[in-house]
Design a protein around this ligand. Structure first.
Ligand code: NAP
Length: 245
């Protein structure tokens, strides 16, 4: 198959890192399914930008925590594009709280989106991806840094890394790689919201490169794993964090 005929589903692609990944994969020649959960305005604007640049993309509203919605998104992508080659499990939420203060709703929301959402995507991808496929999931460098208040979020990301290693083994003989990326602090709503400027400055200093990551930094790593040069990377977690851990 021509590389240009390949199709990628990017979850949580309306904003932030996911939007940068969708834009980059479209520029690299993929048909891109731009998944989102909330308002259609952001994904529609992104799709316009991709199409204006000559790329191919369509939106798919689906709450990743809902297995029926995820299945329907895969069905539609297969019908429209003829098959799926890459899944990027990027959708995620983060609410910070000390473990002592975290309530059940916070815990359940994180598990539903960050863990079950990744599981739902991996299960469909494991059943359907074509030979040469790539499954790439979003962990975080908090698995490694383990700062206070990140407990529930880090637990879901640790679980994503475990699923990644197991699924890589389960794909034996299928010519499908399974990897995770683990960004450090990256300038998106998820990271910036609610943090005073002094705290953001402190985060910038954690990595020897002394800046926040950008969504494009992370998209470049995903593009490597999804593209021809990433073919020999399998069952790995790539930390993309400027050297913070
Ligand atoms: P963001 O700016 O908050 O964007 C989150 C995206 O996820 C949005 O497109 C949102 O869609 C989508 N989403 C949320 N819940 C969803 C659901 N139930 N179903 C489908 N989509 C859903 O976050 P981000 O910073 O780009 O983070 C992307 C990924 O990177 C996450 O997995 C996050 O944990 C990880 N990460 C981020 C950082 C960082 O510093 N930013 C660091 C390490 C790892 P709507 O707009 O439709 O709600």
């Amino acid at each position: 198959m021509q590389w240009s005929q390949r199709t990628a589903i990017v979850t949580g692609a309306s904003r932030g890192i996911g939007a940068a990944i969708a834009q980059r994969l479209a520029a690299d020649g993929f048909n891109v399914v731009v998944n989102y959960a909330g308002s259609a305005a952001d994904p529609e604007a992104l799709i316009e930008r991709i199409r204006a640049g000559g790329g191919s993309a369509r939106a798919a509203r689906a709450d990743v925590s809902n297995p029926t919605a995820v299945r329907a998104m895969f069905d539609e992508a297969e019908q429209v594009f003829g098959g799926i080659d890459v899944l990027v499990n990027n959708a995620g939420i983060m609410q910070l709280e000390l473990i002592a203060d975290a309530d059940d709703a916070l815990f359940d929301r994180h598990v539903a989106v960050n863990l079950k959402g990744v599981f739902n995507g991996m299960r469909e991808a494991a059943r359907r991806l074509r030979s040469g496929g790539r499954i790439i999931s979003c962990s975080s460098s908090v698995v490694g840094l383990y700062q206070a208040t990140y407990g529930v979020y880090a637990a879901t990301k640790g679980a994503v890394e475990a699923l990644t290693h197991v699924l890589a083994n389960e794909m034996r003989g299928r010519n499908i790689t399974v990897n995770a990326i683990a960004p450090g602090p990256t300038a998106t709503d998820l990271f910036l919201e609610g943090k005073p400027p002094e705290l953001i400055e402190r985060f910038k200093k954690i990595a020897p490169l002394e800046r926040l990551g950008t969504p494009a930094d992370i998209a470049a790593v995903v593009a490597f794993l999804a593209g021809p040069d990433g073919a020999w990377i399998n069952g790995q977690v790539l930390r993309a964090n400027g050297g913070s851990v």
